[in-house]
Design a protein around this ligand. Sequence first.
Ligand code: ADP
Ligand code: MG
Length: 238
Amino acid sequence: MASVELKDLKKSFGVVDVIHDINLSIEDGEFVALVGPSGCGKSTILRIIAGLEHPTSGEIRIDNMLVNALNPRERNVAMVFQNYALYPHMTVAENIGFNLRLSGMSKPEIARRTEEAARMLDLINLLDRRPAHLSGGQRQRVAMGRAIVRDPATFLFDEPLSNLDAKLRVQMRTEIKALHGKVKTTSIYVTHDQIEAMTLADRIIVLNQGRIEQQGSPLELYRRPANTFVAGFIGSPA
Ligand code: ADP
Ligand code: MG
């Protein structure tokens, strides 16, 4: 687990300001949902925390340490994407262990961790399969396995369930909730699904055009949205 802090974060692409002065503190073990319309900067914030993108200015601290200059591997975060991009020629086990192999970990240790992650995600009987022979939900679980196996202090989820059908989304939501209950890894979860945000998150952060519009517990936002914009995302109908 780790705390994550963003201080006066700004990001521009060329002349376009995408993130304006974001200040945000996420506690150790907290599950935070980041919601807001398409293009408001959600993925950019995750990518900046992961180290895949550099801010124009501002600080990123993980466990109180300034990480601006650290590369993604040194930040101990793992990201789960919407288009989970599994390697088609690799088995489930090889996909899950891929990042560990890159890090130079010993084969027995990789096998042990892969098995542990596979058990947690109900993939233990599928370790020899290739992605083409998996269901959508199973593929998404492999993508999560690839993140979990690294035992990261922070999980970043970028709309991980949006390619799944409604029934699977509900099932995976329950699994993510259970997983967080078990491992308590600090999680930042981007979604445009109100129910996902309400059921998973300790705190919801509503973004609008690169700024935080409102943040609070799901109940607070639902009961007392600050404005019609927030109400449109989370609030009860006025
Ligand atoms: P969200 O995930 O909330 O949909 P993004 O963070 O992906 O939004 O994008 C925020 C804004 O930044 C969008 O207007 C997008 O077009 C722009 N943007 C994102 N990445 C780049 C990039 N690499 N180059 C130029 N513009 C980008
Ligand atoms: Mg996005």
